[in-house]
Design a protein around this ligand. Sequence first.
Ligand SMILES: Cc1cc2nc3c(=O)[nH]c(=O)nc-3n(C[C@H](O)[C@H](O)[C@H](O)COP(=O)(O)OP(=O)(O)OC[C@H]3O[C@@H](n4cnc5c(N)ncnc54)[C@H](O)[C@@H]3O)c2cc1C
Length: 352
Amino acid sequence: MNIAIAGAGIAGGYLARLLEQRGISPDVYDAMDHDTCCRCRSCGWGAPMGIEPYLASIGLELDDYLLEPMNTMNFDGLVAKTPLCTLDKPAILRDLTGGIRLNRKNLGPDDAAGYDILVDATGIARALLPPCRSDLTLPTIQHRVAVESCNGEDLPAGVYGNQIPGLGYLWVFPLGKNQYHIGVGGIGNVRHTTLMDRFYQGLAGRFSFTTLCSCHGVIRVASPYYSTPFYSRKTREDGTQQLVIGVGESIGTVSPFTGEGIVYSLECARMVADSLQDPESYTRSVLARFAWMKKERETLDYVLSHGQKNGPRLRDRWRFFRNAQRSGIGLPMREAFRRMGGLSRWVEGPDR
Ligand SMILES: Cc1cc2nc3c(=O)[nH]c(=O)nc-3n(C[C@H](O)[C@H](O)[C@H](O)COP(=O)(O)OP(=O)(O)OC[C@H]3O[C@@H](n4cnc5c(N)ncnc54)[C@H](O)[C@@H]3O)c2cc1C
């Protein structure tokens, strides 16, 4: 059985390593022609410390990639404890792909024909699978900035929903050495660059910001349920069957509320490695494991279509609280419920 993996991001790279451990050597394809300074897809590089066992399972050590712990984070003015950190993602990707058969080109139809199984790990491109049943994507902009404090205070890690008049949020992730990823993701009538400028201007008396690089991106916030089908079969010219199966963000393993996809893509890669030849069982497992993402997606749909009039419902507030709980963020229930009320403000937006 020969296997090609299209995409050497977190999901594709990790899957290749897991398959190698099981005695299968896939061919991996990725042109890696990202228009970014770090040469990988736009990403904040934030992850839970709970990523450690995933890395350890393929012989990588968290400490080698840890940039900054984010033990506390500012959520719209409320400081909460978190188990989050930033990681040197380009270094992880480099080490994931070291030692595997990586072709630095995208998988074309001529190459594809020779494989029994094609894995679509192409993230937002979803290059091999049919379209999602109901896609939803969040456009983003992110800067890497050098920050200088005017009075010795530190710029805290933070996520700010109330900065965004559309549906979305602004994040501030420290990378160490006074550098930060600062970005905006927003759906609807959101002027990303204006919002970034407004954030910088709001802090102008306390910090000076120098932009080192800037990139645009898109996050699939559709949820796995709305990103089905996860696989398809083709009959090749010689009459044999070829299986195409998706993993990671190509099939929506991203939290629709937060855009967090690194650790869920690793988990999804593990699931596909366990049931590569049984796509029905894989589909069932992914849908069951990430059923909460479907609910979050449904909240986004509701807020986008009704939020302006009605504001978030009790169930939306509950999902927001559960999201924080799941991520290990110490946001008390009352606060989470109150803050979720901000969603209606995001949609109404005093000025865009
Ligand atoms: C601005 C931004 C900030 C984010 N911040 C965070 C964060 O802080 N924490 C977090 O957990 N998640 C974050 N995410 C989401 C996270 O980056 C993704 O969910 C995660 O990287 C998905 O991994 P993946 O391997 O499935 O896809 P990707 O990382 O997108 O990898 C897909 C790979 O496929 C390749 N490819 C595309 N087409 C083809 C083709 N035809 N043939 C071969 N290869 C192809 C691409 O070059 C790419 O390398 C962020 C996303 C964005 C856009």
